[in-house]
Design a binder for this molecule. Structure first.
Ligand SMILES: C[S@@+](CC[C@H](N)C(=O)[O-])C[C@H]1O[C@@H](n2cnc3c(N)ncnc32)[C@H](O)[C@@H]1O
Length: 248
């Protein structure tokens, strides 16, 4: 799975950053992040969530196992402590943080229960969120396109994409509060959307990269049709499912 995220930071931002930046605001609100709190960004990637935590005046640290993302993160936030480490095993003291947040991460870690247990070891409060599938216009359109083109997508992790799964992941830690977090991202035109898809990011980008030239052209046309053949600027909606717990 990690190959899907061993890409340069710009490519990731182009594809997903326009959504995750907006999601970060909703997610930080939901997790109750305030000025002066010690906050840990778990699976920080290129720092979409860190930017929001820093803007709120939290004292931030971060971890991610991808060397490419950690390098991009360091460039962007030279003042933030960041470690190349997986969520399941992080180099922090027990109770070092007020809150540990994993935005768009738990579906990609090998052992999600171990990851949230580790987050609960290092922080008083644990919050996670993941996009839905049908609830994200871009993913739903890509799925329908793959079906129409007859180039099926390789099996990909679709764990933790429902409110129930997200809830149940944190339930062993204590009383869980859940929420739906909605964002709307804008594109200049379909070409901008298609270029972002062609940078090999995440399971969807890897799917496009796996297509031969003819199938890729077919997919481009079909995807444009799925999105309503936009001429000029358009918007897509996305919903994430979130949960937070303060272990006893
Ligand atoms: C979809 S990206 C989300 C990045 C960032 N949190 C954001 O919101 O933009 C998924 C991230 O999970 C990270 N990841 C993969 N396996 C992980 C693990 N075992 N522990 C922590 N992060 C992991 C990837 O390196 C990648 O940065």
């Amino acid at each position: 799975m990690n190959g899907a995220f061993n890409v340069d930071g710009d490519a990731y931002d182009d594809f997903m950053g326009r959504y995750s930046r907006l999601l970060a605001v909703r997610f930080a609100d939901f997790a109750g992040v305030e000025e002066g709190m010690r906050a840990l960004d778990v699976g920080a990637g290129t720092g979409a969530l860190t930017a929001e935590l820093v803007a709120r005046g939290a004292s931030v640290a971060a971890a991610d196992p991808s060397p490419e993302f950690v390098a991009a993160f360091r460039k962007r936030f030279p003042e933030v402590e960041v470690h190349e480490a997986p969520a399941e095993d992080m180099p922090f003291e027990s109770g070092a943080f007020d809150v540990a947040l994993a935005q768009l991460v738990v579906a990609f870690v090998s052992d999600a229960p171990a990851a949230v247990t580790e987050m609960a070891r290092v922080a008083r409060r644990v919050a996670v969120c993941m996009w839905g599938v049908e609830e994200v216009d871009m993913f739903a359109a890509i799925d329908r396109t793959a079906e129409a083109v007859g180039a099926s997508r390789a099996a990909e992790p679709r764990r933790f994409r429902t409110p129930r799964e997200i809830h149940d992941l944190l339930a062993p830690l204590g009383d869980v509060e859940s929420a739906e977090l909605d964002v709307t991202a804008g594109y200049r035109d379909f070409d901008e959307f298609w270029q972002a898809m062609n940078r090999g990011v995440g399971p969807a980008g890897q799917w496009v990269a796996s297509l031969g030239p003819e199938q890729r052209e077919h997919a481009r046309k079909e995807l444009s049709r799925e999105l309503g053949s936009p001429q000029g600027p358009f918007e897509l909606h996305a919903r994430a499912f979130a949960a937070v717990v303060t272990p006893a």
